[in-house]
Ligand binder design. Structure first.
Ligand code: SF4
Ligand code: SF4
Ligand code: FES
Length: 937
């Protein structure tokens, strides 16, 4: 046994059972309950969960005295518990650990002579978690889960003696505390003190009455492994739990644990729909999409003169939109789609057709969709939302290191001396990854957080760099300038593994910290401190988000990060490297599978003859030798009369693309649009045909997370009505446009993909197992896969990291007297992109129901705005109305608006200028004005 092994762990590995209550192997032991006591021959019994083994130690784990001690302890604890028939855990999952011990020792609350306590109260203020203080045994598991695992530091204790209770913040109701509803405490609690509430009235039942389906969270790129517990009688999910996987390690955030009920929404599309003749010429159908919304949350108040009664959650008003469509059979709808797309193709040529695929769909579906557009219509006009999140990062990574994927995992932060988190708000956008960042800091990693907003990550940082938005290049050039001045580069790494260092050094020499301060607003001393911390680190890693990529200088921003790692030799070893935190659950996989206009699967360039020949041979057809149009270029092309027919699979560009008024014009101008989705989205209002697809929960497929982990998402539920899996629908359309496809299952598609995708070599559905595999993977039967890439060479042709110097350029639209504020857009913890899933999730919508603009107190006060007031935000492109949230996280002169809310669509304001390389729009910077509208919400 290694030194320090506890008696409990030693006994467990020897197959000896010792009962525990406060202990769980996921948390550091604290030894507070004494249930695990053993006899080591000492004066008192020892708590096995905390007591380390000694050489030659003799331990008795079960004697009559020990059993008596445990029995008495159980009886004491039980006397304070609610009766079994009303115990919140026993009446739901029926796995109350204390009651299991009571059964083991033959004690019961009803028969004890001990005084029975009650009256410490309940707390039902959280929409999905119930607190019953009478059931609490003060084992501190929830405290450790909250603090040590998730790093949220919300739960503590309050009171003294018998009135001691767990407490949220300063003994606030859980629902109004800073709790982020990750549910880690519920998963930790051994008794009925913390339990899940039923969602959509689906009762939570004992596990043996439910079916466990192992799958993956459908939201962000962290790709947490979870188990859905399914009530087959009711055809519904009862609850979800995190499960072990090397990356997420059983952790979940609020979206994964509680955000799955969108699939049961009564608004699911269940039949193919065709636009009725009277609804031509086409245009938006609902008030919000026409641009007539007021930004107010649904009130359902339809009295004359009152706000129009929108559906709860600010969703598309089906009553307003559905009359413009009629139901159709699958054959009629599919035939119409194929006929119209073929007609447009015949009349306008390949360039008249374009497709947007989805990073929410599986790898197999992404592969089939791009194959259909390329092989069926002879064009590379196929793209997806990667264009809106990390296209510039991918462009820079390809140029710099020859691969668009991460060089190491989020969990590798544990091996880093220093980690920079930049242009990212992982506590909201990659919550489980952020829990590993916070945990690493507690264990000694220095966290440097670089961002214009003081998000909660800043509270977990050793150095917080609050730079002016759009100044990243200047900041990182300045840091590199100082690193070079201090002699903290890695000359050997530079000489042996990089090219173009001299040009880089010459460029960054123009950015001494004082000039950096002038541009970025960051004190020169802070720049020097960052340079020294990074330069002196033995191992250092960078995690970045869309604050880096969503700029017209996004590629330059990422080039600087690559250069910073490369000149200091911080790539290719544990705890070092480059990690763009991917947004969607499968944006990595969709990009890998070729859902991008310039690459076939596995980033094989469409303009490269040798690559084209491979795919022409594999697909049995000639392919377009020219790069296709990107998302933003396609919208522009529609307005120019280029693209005339579109296939939209699971994307909602009306809300997700910049400059909504332009998108509205483009979608209205399309001759033919087929939308395939699970709900009637804003974009579907412009459709000629709407095809009802299965949700993530109703199909099998693989998904590749931000770490390069390929995991199986398994079918959990049956689809509603006539909804069909996306891969099936794509195949049916492919057949109707003349392709000879005959895939019987997603795994058959995967088997076709793998030989065409060298990175995925050796992978198959069969060997992904329950926790998936990282690629590249030489032996998936036995290995989890490669964590650290580029240990010996980069993927570039010459094996070197190509350093590309970048000069700082200001954003495209700077504030002025008319539009004096800078708008930053992004996501909230509780919502996902255009909200079509999360706003139909009970928990997520209940926690974050309202569109808000986050403002610095002074900016608000200058405009006479108070917290909760309605404000009008306007830019040169449009205006919206939404509530004011006074936020100490914004810098003066900057405002933040989440883009999930259709009734106050942030993209009405954003600018559609793009990065010249990645073609990503500048979502993070445009000039706006905000003013009061004279109403309060
Ligand atoms: S709420 Fe549950 S996990 Fe937390 S201290 Fe009480 S019994 Fe333990
Ligand atoms: S961190 Fe991401 S993948 Fe994990 S549960 Fe949350 S949304 Fe899902
Ligand atoms: S389980 Fe060891 S002291 Fe509680």
């Amino acid at each position: 046994m290694p030194v320090g092994t506890t008696i409990y762990d030693a006994a467990r590995s020897a197959g000896i059972d010792i009962p525990v209550l406060c202990h769980n192997e996921r948390y550091d032991p604290v030894g507070v309950c004494r249930m695990c006591v053993v006899d080591t021959g000492g004066r008192v019994f020892a708590a096995a969960c905390v007591r380390p083994c000694d050489d030659g130690m003799s331990v008795q784990t079960s004697t009559p005295e020990l059993e008596r001690s445990r029995s008495v302890l159980t009886e004491l604890l039980l006397s304070d518990q609610p009766p079994r028939e009303s115990d919140p855990k026993h009446t739901t999952t029926a796995d109350n650990k204390l009651l299991e011990l009571a059964d083991r020792y033959g004690v019961a609350r009803e028969t004890t002579d001990l005084p029975v306590g009650a009256g410490r109260g309940t707390d039902v203020s959280n929409p999905v978690i119930a607190v019953d203080h009478d059931s609490c045994i003060l084992c501190d598991r929830c405290v450790r889960a909250c603090d040590d695992i998730q790093g949220n530091d919300v739960i503590g204790r309050s009171g003294k003696g018998y009135s001691t209770r767990i407490a949220f913040d300063f003994n606030d109701p859980m629902g109004s505390s800073s709790c982020v509803t990750c549910g880690e405490c519920v998963q930790a609690c051994p008794t009925g003190a913390l339990t899940n509430k039923a969602i959509r009235s689906i009762p939570i039942r004992p596990r043996e009455q439910l079916e466990a389906v192992e799958s993956v969270c459908p939201y962000c790129g962290v790709g947490c492994a979870l188990t859905y517990w399914v009530d087959r009688e009711r055809g519904a999910i009862s609850f979800a739990e995190g499960r072990p996987q090397p990356g997420s390690q059983s952790r979940l955030c609020v979206k994964g644990r509680y955000g799955w009920d969108y699939s049961a929404s009564p608004q699911r599309l269940t039949k193919p729909l065709i636009r009725v003749d009277s609804s031509y010429p086409k245009g938006p159908l609902s008030a919000d999409v026409r641009g007539e919304g007021t930004g107010k949350r649904a009130t359902k108040d339809t009295r004359p003169g009152k706000d129009r009664g929108r559906k709860p959650g600010g969703l598309v008003d089906y009553d307003e939109v559905m009359p413009h469509f009629r139901e159709a059979t699958w054959d009629e709808a599919l035939d119409l789609v194929a006929r119209r797309l073929k007609e447009i193709h015949a009349a306008g040529g390949p360039g008249a057709i374009a497709g947007f695929g989805s990073a929410k769909c599986s790898n197999e579906e992404a592969y089939l969709f791009q194959k259909l557009i390329r092989a069926g219509f002879g064009t590379n006009n196929v793209d997806h939302c990667t264009r809106l999140c990390h296209a510039s990062s991918v462009a820079a990574l390809f140029e710099g290191v020859g691969s668009g994927a991460v060089s190491t995992t989020y969990g590798d932060v544990a091996n880093a001396d220093v980690a920079i988190i930049t242009g990212s708000n992982p506590t909201a956008n990659h919550p489980v990854a952020s829990s590993f960042f916070k945990q690493a800091r507690r264990r000694g990693t220095t966290i440097i957080y670089v961002d214009p907003r003081a998000s909660t990550v800043s509270e977990h940082a050793d150095i917080f760099v609050q730079l002016k938005p759009g100044t990243d290049v200047a900041f990182y050039n300045s840091v590199m300038c100082e690193i070079i001045r201090l002699g903290l580069t890695d000359p050997q790494f530079i000489a042996e593994r990089t090219s173009n260092y001299d040009a880089l050094a010459a460029t960054v020499a123009d950015y001494p910290p004082e000039r950096g301060e002038q541009i970025t607003g960051v004190p020169a001393d802070t720049i020097r401190a960052v340079a020294r911390a990074w330069g002196e680190a033995g191992s250092a890693v960078i995690y970045w988000g869309m604050g880096i990529s969503q700029h017209t200088t996004g590629t330059d921003n990422a080039r600087c990060l690559i250069a910073l790692c490369s000149i200091t030799g911080q790539v290719g070893r544990p705890g070092t490297g480059l990690h763009p935190l991917r947004g969607q659950n499968n944006v990595q996989g969709a990009s890998d599978a070729g859902l991008i206009p310039m690459f076939y699967p596995d980033y094989q360039g469409v303009t490269k003859e040798s690559a084209r020949e491979v795919f022409e041979r594999a697909w049995g057809t000639s392919l377009d030798p020219n790069r296709g149009l990107t998302v933003t270029e396609i919208i522009h092309s529609i307005l120019e009369g280029g693209v005339r027919g579109m296939y939209m699979l699971g994307e909602n560009p009306f809300l997700s693309d910049p400059n909504t008024n332009k998108v509205r014009k483009a979608l209205s101008a399309l001759e033919f649009l087929v939308v395939q989705d699970i709900f009637l989205t804003e974009t579907a209002e412009f459709a000629d045909v709407i095809l009802p697809a299965t949700s993530y929960l109703e199909k099998d497929g693989t998904y590749t997370n931000t770490d390069r982990r390929v995991q199986l998402g398994r079918k959990v539920l049956d689809p509603p009505g006539e909804a069909k899996a996306d891969w099936w629908i794509v195949q049916e359309i492919a057949r109707r446009v003349g392709l000879d496809w005959n895939y019987g299952s997603p795994s058959a598609v995967f088997d076709e993909m793998v030989p065409l995708m060298p990175s995925y070599t050796n992978l198959s559905h069969a060997n992904l197992g329950s926790s998936g595999k990282l690629y590249p993977n030489p032996d998936p039967e036995h290995l989890d896969g490669t964590v650290v890439m580029f240990d010996e060479r980069f993927n570039t042709d010459d094996g070197l990291a190509h350093l590309v110097p970048a000069q700082w350029l200001p954003p495209k639209e700077l504030p002025d007297s008319e539009y004096p504020l800078v708008l930053n857009t992004g996501r909230l913890l509780e919502h996902w992109h255009t909200g079509s899933m999360t706003r139909r999730s009970f928990a997520l919508d209940a926690i974050a129901p309202v569109a808000e603009i986050y403002m610095h107190p002074k900016d608000a006060a200058d405009r006479g705005l108070v917290h909760g007031a309605m404000a009008r935000a306007r830019s040169r492109r449009g205006e919206i109305q939404l509530q004011v949230r006074i936020s100490h996280r914004e810098q003066q002169g900057n405002v933040f608006i989440p883009f999930h809310f259709r009734e106050a669509a942030a993209n009405l304001l954003t600018i559609d200028e793009v990065d010249p390389f990645g073609k990503i729009p500048e979502f993070k910077f445009c000039a706006v004005q905000v003013e009061a509208v004279g109403t309060t919400a």
